[in-house]
Design a protein around this ligand. Structure first.
Ligand code: GCW
Length: 689
């Protein structure tokens, strides 16, 4: 009997050790040592800071840690000065960030010497594309954590509050200090009092963690819910309606951040519906929130069905208004000029708008990078973007420096990421999707961080083991787990570029959810710029979009020397070649291969790379708990299959134009094109999520 009991206990303990559903994210530390925290002030935020230290201290046992709020000119905004046993900051939030930094360093074994850490951007904001019925646009991790449908949709439960608190804590631990709670395709209901009451409740949970709440607003709200005849921004009653609404919101949420607006874009209402401009619309809203210290983030994601190259349109629409926006308006610009593709050059608006505050918008959710199926670590993509040189004020005018306030005078600095969070136990669908939430926070805090460092931290925090322990098992862990898994993460985005759309190809997705390939997809009557052939332009002569002066001349929107460098195929980086050029199939590449052969090598290389990722992960089995191991293993298998579909679909489709054979040393196609097209049309298989 005794024996049975002990085996039951053993099984139970084993299950406890092994049952990791990922809900703890990178905050898994559970064996703290005693610590004595000294802080002369008290507040909800400081209480959290103290508790975090007590619950997570891994430094010397019994140390006294001082939390000191004291003005210091070298510390900016919510920055902090950190040392082994003191955190000093100008603000309470700064103390909290310092605490998380100290704990992170203890856990990862990183050195702690006295140093000041200041944030790159003042506002580090998540954009949730969450609808009020609980669904999430481009969300792949379940329903919304904020909204739900049904008769109890507005009831606030303890479960809701606990989840919001966990969410707030995770954000604060990486420095995120803002959340836009609803989709940019906004419902007018968002601004009704019953929904605002729920916003108030959410804001109350987020506040002690230093997070401001923002809302996306629908421009036609005055007419739709305010009983007005129009929503014309120059109509005084409309302006007054927004002022009153702002007042109502600030009464409920005194530290409310402001509005995010998608206007006259993809069917959303906006000032142009009334013959007014983006500046008219944004300024009217800015005036409404100004007395309360609010901001308006006005999106530049606009493109009409005109014949103009889509990549040029945002620049054409917004540049004429440079300098005409109020100082509390920020123009929110997606990293690339089209739409969150696996690789895009930076949008030419960065650095070009010199008299207007501009903020980058990144997409954390993997709309175009394999949803929650593919393993895609996005820090390398964001690093590439933030460090891109715009040359707008001479060499070194990187996107990061154009937007963080170090070059242009600006009252605010901000960066946004479209969240990948939902009700799934592990928050992000894919366990590795968490690394992108983490990476966004880290880069928003310090835009010059290297992807390698971010991956290193994240793996250590998420999959265990500290490095200060130099015994054999730690060495083994570093060599056999940390290194290969880190390399896999660092290579993962490029692998996706290779098997989906290498050499500057873009937007050749099936319309079917932006997951699988669809280079052929062009139904009659469809808007041209919503079909892949518009982007790849494959014909018997070659492939690619000519954006030089002989084509759409999108390159005229970039500053020299980039314009000339990119205009000449010989000096244009090959990663952007077909983004800017239409080239013959036998164009000679740097490798000496023809363009066609090079394309084949990239597609094949991407597929082979995912198969190597499978090998890396399978060898990682002994270091990972069962649940998370199997979860990632299955997804890598699906990714491998999807990669093969991409390769076969694209090469077989383009081959109809190139009429060249796939180099014989490469793996042969395994699918028939007809099958893949039919599969796409019928929406079957892995396309469903
Ligand atoms: O990437 C596209 C998406 C839309 C999204 C839009 C936008 C919220 O496919 O789902 O709408 O961009 O950014 O507004």
């Amino acid at each position: 009997m005794k024996k049975i009991y002990s085996s039951v206990i053993l099984i139970f303990l084993t299950l406890c050790i092994y049952a990791e559903d990922g809900h703890q994210l990178w905050l898994r530390n559970s064996s703290p040592k005693p610590v004595n925290v000294v802080c002369l002030k008290n507040s909800p935020t400081l209480t959290i800071a103290k508790q975090e230290l007590q619950n997570g201290w891994m430094g010397e046992m019994g140390t006294s840690v001082n939390l000191v709020i004291k003005a210091d000119k070298a510390i900016r905004g919510d920055g902090f000065r950190i040392s082994k046993n003191t955190i000093q900051a100008n603000t309470e939030n700064g103390i909290l960030y310092g605490v998380y930094e100290l704990l992170r360093r203890q856990q990862t074994g990183e050195a702690i010497q006295e140093e000041i850490c200041n944030p790159s951007y003042d506002r580090r904001i998540l954009n949730h594309w969450d609808n009020l019925d609980g669904s999430i646009e481009r969300g792949y991790a379940g329903q919304s954590i904020f909204w739900r449908k049904g008769s109890d949709s507005l009831t606030i439960t303890e479960t809701d509050k606990n989840l919001w608190q966990e969410y707030a804590r995770a954000n604060a631990s990486v420095g995120i200090n803002g959340s836009v709670l609803n989709n940019v395709n906004a419902s007018q209901l968002m601004l009704t009092n019953e929904y605002l009451q729920r916003v108030k409740a959410i804001a109350e949970v987020l506040r002690p963690y230093g997070i401001k709440t923002y809302l996306s607003v629908r421009f036609s709200s005055p007419a739709q819910i305010g009983g007005l005849k129009t929503s014309d921004p120059l109509n005084p009653e409309v302006a007054q309606w927004w002022k009153d609404k702002a007042k109502e919101i600030y009464n409920l949420i005194p530290d409310f951040g402001g509005f995010l607006v998608k206007a006259n874009s993809e069917g959303q209402p906006g000032p142009q519906d009334f013959g007014r401009t983006h500046a008219d619309g944004a300024n009217m809203l800015a005036d409404a929130v100004k007395p309360f210290g609010g901001i308006v983030m006005w999106r530049a994601f606009v493109y009409s069905a005109s014949d103009e190259d889509r990549a040029k349109q945002a620049y054409l629409e917004f540049m004429p208004f440079d300098g005409q926006f109020r100082d509390n308006v920020i123009i929110q610009v997606k990293n690339g000029p089209i739409d969150f593709q696996p690789r895009e050059p930076f949008s030419p608006l960065f650095g070009a708008m010199k008299k207007t505050t501009v903020m980058p918008e990144l997409q954390i959710t993997q709309e175009y990078l394999g949803h929650s199926v593919h393993l895609a670590f996005l820090a390398p993509m964001w690093e590439e973007f933030l460090q891109s040189d715009t040359y707008q004020n001479g060499p070194g005018t990187t996107v990061a420096r154009c937007t963080d306030g170090s070059i242009f005078p600006q009252k605010y600095s901000a960066i946004a990421g479209v969240a990948n969070i939902g009700l799934d136990a592990n928050w992000c669908g894919h366990h590795f999707g968490q690394s992108n939430w983490y990476a966004f926070g880290r880069l928003a805090w310090n835009s010059s961080m290297k992807s390698e460092q971010i991956a290193d931290e994240w793996i250590k925090l998420t999959f265990g083991k500290t490095t200060d322990n130099k015994d054999d098992s730690a060495i083994d862990w570093n060599l056999s787990f940390l290194s290969p898994v880190k390399q896999m993460m660092l290579d993962s985005r490029e692998a996706i570029v290779d098997f989906m759309m290498p050499l500057g190809l873009h937007h050749i997705f099936s319309a079917n959810g932006h997951y699988g390939p669809g280079p052929w997809w062009a139904p009659k009557g469809m808007r041209k710029d919503w079909t892949p052939p518009y982007y790849h332009q494959a014909d018997s002569l070659g492939i690619g979009f000519d954006r030089t002066s002989s084509g759409s001349n999108n390159l005229s929107q970039y500053k020299e020397p980039l314009r000339s460098e990119y205009s000449d195929p010989a000096t244009c980086p090959e990663a952007y070649l077909l983004w800017f050029h239409h080239l013959p199939w036998d164009y000679k590449m740097k490798s000496g291969r023809t363009l066609w052969d090079e394309l084949c090598y990239h597609y094949d290389g991407g597929v082979q790379q995912v198969r190597r990722f499978q090998q890396v992960w399978d060898q990682a089995e002994r270091f990972v708990d069962r649940d998370r191991f199997v979860h990632v293993q299955r997804r890598l298998r699906d990714q491998s299959l999807n990669a093969l579909e991409w390769k076969d679909a694209c090469l077989l489709h383009f081959q109809q134009f190139s009429r060249k054979s796939i180099p014989y040393n490469l793996e042969r196609p395994m699918y028939n094109l007809d099958y893949l097209i039919e599969k796409d049309t019928k929406r079957v298989g892995v396309y469903q999520h």
